[in-house]
Design a protein. Structure first.
Length: 208
């Protein structure tokens, strides 16, 4: 491979744009091999830290309480379970008490259908209103991994787009240089047939 490159560099068609294109390609390969994975790792780490902080904030703002099922919701609905939960969730009407002792009644979601009088665990805010449970650590980890993969793909796409843009510009410069050199070496008047090469020159009956 190295001998082939050296031979190509000795070719009269070798230009400075070829050398710059080779460096651009090498730089793009290095960025794809090192920069894109680093960007993916950094993106995943930042997403994981942000999600962990969000989970801590949710646990501080929300608290679990034990409620009692009053009956099914007027229009019972089923929801997909949380990632890693493995179960669906259904809506019921339940009663519980707020942190200040005020009785509350409302529609909440529970892992499975419960009979009236059955205890269920619900999450409420500081005023005792029902809120979704805090994010699960497994779901947060999944989101962080997806964020890292997205950052990796974005970085790789930017590197490839930049490489294509620069190489395209270098190719246009190379063609322009070739056209200029061709015009200098082969001017337009050389396309005309030299007088001594004219096969009809000197023949009787030719000309006027």
């Amino acid at each position: 491979m190295g001998i082939r490159v050296l031979r190509w560099r000795r070719s009269p068609l070798w230009r400075a744009t070829d050398r710059r294109e080779a460096w651009v390609t090498l730089g793009a390969l290095v960025l794809l091999a090192l920069g894109a994975p680093a960007a993916g790792w950094a993106g995943g780490a930042l997403a994981d830290a942000a999600l962990r902080q969000e989970i801590r904030a949710q646990h501080e703002e929300r608290r679990p309480v034990t409620a009692v099922v009053v009956g099914p919701a007027p229009e019972a609905r089923r929801f997909a379970g949380d990632p890693g939960d493995g179960s669906g969730r259904t809506s019921v009407v339940a009663a519980w008490r707020a942190p200040d002792g005020t009785p509350r009644t409302g529609e909440v979601t529970v892992p499975e259908a419960r009979e009236p009088g059955a205890p269920v665990r619900v999450w409420t805010d500081a005023s005792g209103l029902p809120v979704p449970p805090p994010m699960d650590t497994g779901a947060a980890r999944t989101h962080a991994v997806l964020g890292g993969v997205g950052a990796f793909l974005l970085a790789a796409g930017c590197v490839e787009a930049g490489r294509r843009l620069v190489v395209g510009r270098l190719v246009r410069q190379r063609y322009a240089l070739w056209d200029q050199e061709w015009a200098r070496e082969c001017p337009a008047d050389q396309d005309r047939t030299p007088p001594e090469a004219d096969p009809d020159r000197g023949r009787a009956g030719t000309g006027g």
